[in-house]
Design a protein around this ligand. Structure first.
Ligand code: MSP
Length: 637
């Protein structure tokens, strides 16, 4: 049995819980649920970051003590996770004694081993971020995050000798390619590490900041909030020597947003190394949600409103949207129209209808119990040409496992929806309602109904980490009790005679007229027929299969997406005018067809080297993909 320990960032208690916090926590919850389903021993940690100047200032403004504000907002986070059905195993607060003890022990150890010294520091400080900024990071004299002027502060402080770990850290990251992932963040960190790494000021004089953990070796100082906060991952396990620490720490992975890459990818590994503790396995970094294409500052009420949509549309629909819409690692845009669009198409139409159709057929045509499958040659012959759902599911299972290993939730869901699509097509092509009218075709009907019931049972397991409430309803409709297990998700496990109940309205369709903008017609009236060309003319166009490695919006453009594609022998950037028809996450991993020998062109400042082929009619646009697997770079004629 494998062991798995996953942490979210601990959230600041000066903010209310919002979409950004919820996304990270949902991601961690879906991942731990998946690993638990796979049979691992798992532990998920979340909590709140309660010390520091930012909290003290917010509390003073609200006329509260910092502790009262921390109590109130920490409870608000906990309540949000309860309402969202997050299954965490521990909730740590940095004002708890169990945490303070570990922080003090760590500070003492680093002081005793000469890793910390007293020095003087002057620098540009942002009170919002609670950190000094280097000249290089400052934008027009302002904090790049808060866009507010920085203040010059000079003071005596204690420093952690971080600079001495620079060469070691670069080497470690270079030799552990997925230590920080996805790769773009690993590259970003290696980029930061090209400049000399400064020692880290890890104290704040009490004359300036009082709300923090006092240094064990100098009571005139409290520790810097990041030095305190990062240690939560260790203190929640009781610290080195504790049984829980020994068991789970070797398997720890962190999930964070890209905003806190530096503390997690640089300070934290150096701190662990200095304290002679093992490093984490992976830092999994996701992008930022934007609203209507705008970058949002951390404390905007719209993000709170976005999270409130979970009540309007259900937890499962909200979870599905955020996990499916964001390619893990890249930014994505959140909108109510987008959520309703996916709810109607993927959840109501594809999944909800399938569940309703299949359970109704089994109740109406087989008296509400799963019939036995007949594996006779005649049945197979009659179903000739219909792909085997068992095989499709096997591929889905492997694809989901691969995607989850890489934290690619959007790919895992796309793989499950390929199976949903295959089962829907299976109903259409086998037409069980017609078979039911011909008693001599009973064996075929039974086989089809068995396959449908078995497909739903497998979906009830595979969907459990992503849509926990709906997956439970599906399992219950098929008489499945007890905790689902991935090892049960193999074709043929469903017993004939299992009772089935009708399950309709899993995801009611939403009237999207009020939320969705009118679809633009993309077709133009066709004029004269274009002239005929020769085979030789056609041969001058180089068409190739290209695998989409990453898709992201082009800033300030509604229509364009920037695709990074693999052509087998090279990677290229191709800009495509398809943003109104495809979310970036829809294209990730797709094999499309491109014109590979087109002159390069600049579109909104991005150089495009090729063109993605797509067809359109009546406002619908579809990119061309290959219907069997071909390697990237394969020629298309
Ligand atoms: N307290 C620190 C973290 C310490 S961890 C040892 C902190 N807290 S925070 O409340 O500001 O939370 C930041 C995290 O919230 C981000 O890393 C990300 O996980 C999440 N998000 C906040 N806004 C976000 C978006 N707009 N989009 C996606 N996630 C974002 O930093």
């Amino acid at each position: 049995m494998a062991t798995f320990y996953l942490t979210t960032p601990i959230y600041y208690v000066n903010d209310r819980p919002h979409l950004g916090h919820a996304y990270t926590t949902i991601v961690a919850d879906a991942m731990t649920r998946y690993r638990r389903l796979a049979g691992d021993e798992v532990r998920m940690l979340t909590g709140t970051d309660e010390h520091g100047e930012k909290i003290a200032q917010a509390a003073a403004k609200a006329g509260m003590t910092p502790q009262a504000m921390a109590d109130q907002n920490s409870a608000a986070f906990r309540e949000t996770w309860r309402a969202l059905g997050i299954q965490y195993d521990d909730y740590i607060r940095t004002t708890e004694d169990r945490h303070k003890t570990v922080v003090r022990a760590m500070l003492q150890k680093l002081w005793d081993t000469g890793e910390i010294y007293l020095g003087t520091y002057g620098g540009h400080y942002c009170f919002g971020c609670e950190r000094f900024y280097t000249e290089k990071e400052i934008v027009d004299g302002k904090c790049p995050d808060h866009l507010r002027p920085l203040e010059w502060i000079e003071e005596q402080n204690y420093f952690f000798k971080m600079s001495k770990y620079q060469a070691w850290l670069v080497d470690y990251i270079e030799h552990h390619p997925d230590f920080i992932r996805p790769e773009r963040y690993r590259n970003e960190v290696l980029g930061f590490l090209r400049d000399p790494l400064q020692d880290l000021s890890i104290s704040r004089p009490k004359t300036r900041v009082e709300w923090g953990i006092e240094l064990p070796f100098d009571d005139k100082y409290v520790t810097y909030v990041w030095f305190d906060a990062l240690l939560n991952y260790v203190s929640a396990l009781g610290g080195p020597g504790d049984e829980r620490f020994e068991k789970f720490w070797p398997h720890v992975q962190h999930v964070t947003g890209k905003d806190i890459l530096k503390p997690h990818a640089i300070y934290w590994p150096c701190m662990l190394k200095a304290a002679e503790l093992p490093l984490y396995q992976h830092l999994n970094v996701h992008g930022y949600w934007t609203l209507g294409g705008h970058k949002i500052s951390k404390s905007i009420g719209n993000l709170v409103e976005a999270l409130a949509l979970k009540e309007k549309y259900s937890n499962d629909a909200f979870r599905y949207f955020v996990l499916r819409e964001m390619s893990f690692g890249l930014d994505a845009d959140f909108s109510e129209e987008g959520l309703v669009g996916r709810l109607n198409a993927d959840l109501a139409n594809d999944l909800g209808n399938l569940v309703s159709r299949a359970t109704t057929l089994i109740v109406n045509c087989a008296g509400g119990t799963v019939p036995p499958p007949h594996e006779s040659a005649a049945v197979f012959a009659a179903l000739r040409g219909v792909p085997s759902l068992a095989q499709v599911f096997e591929k889905t299972r492997t694809d989901v496992a691969r995607a989850m290993d890489a934290f690619a939730f959007h790919r895992a869901l796309a793989a499950i929806w390929e199976f949903v699509g295959a089962v829907n097509r299976y109903v259409d092509s086998t037409q069980p309602w017609a078979l039911a009218k011909e008693p001599e075709r009973r064996a075929q009907l039974d086989t089809v109904l068995y396959s449908l019931a078995e497909s739903l049972r497998l979906l009830g397991v595979a969907l459990a980490p992503f849509l926990p409430d709906s997956a439970l309803k599906i399992r219950q409709a098929l008489g499945q009790t007890g905790d689902p297990k991935l090892s049960d998700a193999t074709w043929g496990g469903l017993k004939a005679g299992t009772p089935v109940q009708k399950l309709s309205g899993l995801f009611p369709r939403i009237d999207d007229k009020k939320t969705a903008p009118a679809a633009a017609a993309t077709t133009k009236p066709v004029g004269e027929d274009p002239p005929r060309i020769t085979v030789a003319d056609f041969g001058t166009i180089e068409l190739r299969v290209a695998e989409v490695l990453a898709a992201e919006p082009v800033p300030k453009s509604k229509k364009l997406l920037k695709l990074t594609v693999d052509l087998g022998t090279e990677q290229r950037t191709v800009v495509a005018g398809i943003a109104e028809h495809y979310a970036p996450a829809d294209l990730d991993g797709k094999k499309v067809v491109i014109v590979a020998n087109l002159e390069p062109a600049k579109l909104m400042g991005v150089e495009s080297n090729g063109m993605v082929l797509a067809g359109s009619a009546d406002g619908t646009l579809a990119v061309l993909t290959v219907d069997r697997d071909l390697p990237p770079g394969a020629k298309v004629r």
